[in-house]
Design a binder for this molecule. Sequence first.
Ligand code: CS2
Ligand code: MG
Length: 396
Amino acid sequence: MKITAARVIVCAPGRNFVTLKIETDAGIHGIGDATVNGRELSVVSYLQDHVVPTLIGRDAHAIEDIWQMLYRGCYWRRGPITMAAIAAVDVALWDIKAKAAGMPLYQLLGGASRSRMLCYPHARGTDLPALLERVAALRGEGYRAIRLQCGIPGIGDSYGVKRQGPGLPEEQVWDIGKYMRFAPKMLQAVRDAVGEEVELLHDTHHRITPIDAARLAKEVEPVNLYWLEDLVPAENQEVYRLIRQHSVTRLALGEIFNSIHDCRELIQEQLIDFIRVTPVHAGGITQVRRIADFAALWQIRTACHGAGDMSPVTFGAALHFGRWVPNFGIQEFAGHPREAAEVFRCAWSYDGDGHLLSGEAPGHGVEIDEAAAERFPYRRSYLGNVRLEDGTAWNY
Ligand code: CS2
Ligand code: MG
């Protein structure tokens, strides 16, 4: 089966998405996600100007060989743009192969390890009462695990509360001390409100220092969180040794990783409990599967990143991966803008009881309506610029 064409479709149904569509001489097509939030057009050019010309005429079934060619042949390997481009090709080819075999992608990967996937939505509130109200509403929708993000007294809406609109980066203020004084109280207050049965998660979003992270992880042990996520940036993976030695609070990391080398020490030194890599940012199914198998050696579980900027295509691929992968943990389910449903037709669904269903359609079960996509043209947008109160540039 030969690749005959590959096109990049850019659209903004509520937010920007970049989709790669690969067509074959068997009349079967597949789609992959190439969305890198805030740097979308970089991947468009990487695909259109550099990758697509090398794909035409190749065997669409040769997923591994094409992955290795794109990874090794580019010389300037790894990095978010390269690996998102490789991911888009990889997921589109897995979609094609599964469709050609007439089976849902999870079957092609090795069959179902579970019938449904535990998931968690985002509860956000500008203050604690608003957060508690949102948590109660999500409990009413059947969710068994919920992520908590709250405005912080003295610095207003922080990460995970105020949505970034289109246009140039918004300046946001952060203060470690104010966060450190508020977060443990916020988390305990929600635990007191919902009881012990609900899994509670929190994302610190790279915003504190390692010793603060150790203190926070230790202080919230009584809350028995499902996890604390992205406590500190992990370019230097060994900083997690300091955190780990002080606490048994579960730790999650990895949504920004794009290579197995970004998490090798974290995994083999058991410095984390959940690995958050997701197909679009970590080189597609082909590499995410490798990372999951490596993580399984230390009983580390998967938790694919599933924020709204993970396209419905990535979400579909992640759910089929999650249906198969033996060491599955949980799937993030932040949801997509309402308009996205006009462009992407998805076979996956929420079961109303805290779990997601992959669907049984051949492939990853997601299709794009190109005519509808044209109704939502690209709009340049950015993540925020974060600064400490003294003006120091800080981590978004
Ligand atoms: C967050 C993301 O969902 C999460 O865990 O870390 O919302 C992240 O902020 C965005 O994906 C960045 O584009
Ligand atoms: Mg996160």
